[in-house]
Design a protein around this ligand. Structure first.
Ligand SMILES: [Zn+2]
Length: 103
């Protein structure tokens, strides 16, 4: 028995166009859509990795700052209250703690 050629009407997962698939596992209408979809996925992965690296960097920075100015065991509310007592904003107060009054 000769296998019938596979044919099915599908929707391209990239551009959304309806096309005739020649294989059951075909996802894209053209080779172009397939390459674009793959390139986009790689771009998203790269962005996600960049974001993670940035978050990790910020986290390290905040930890280093917390160690320097000894705010690790203080709540934000407590720091805000102290800042108020010094007539400063939270940011100003943290900078003042960190760098001294010259900041
Ligand atoms: Zn397509």
């Amino acid at each position: 028995m000769i296998p019938k050629q596979y044919k099915a009407t599908k929707t391209c997962v990239y551009c959304g166009k309806t096309y005739t698939a020649s294989a059951p596992n075909q996802l894209y209408c053209t080779q172009e859509c397939r390459s674009k979809a793959i390139a986009e996925r790689q771009e998203q992965t790269r962005e996600r990795q960049n974001k993670n690296a940035r978050l990790l960097y910020l986290d390290k920075k905040m930890n280093a700052r917390a160690n320097r100015v000894d705010i690790k065991n203080k709540s934000i509310a407590k720091i805000c209250q102290e800042a108020n007592e010094h007539n400063m904003t939270y940011g100003q107060y943290i900078a003042w703690l960190e760098y001294g009054q010259k900041a």
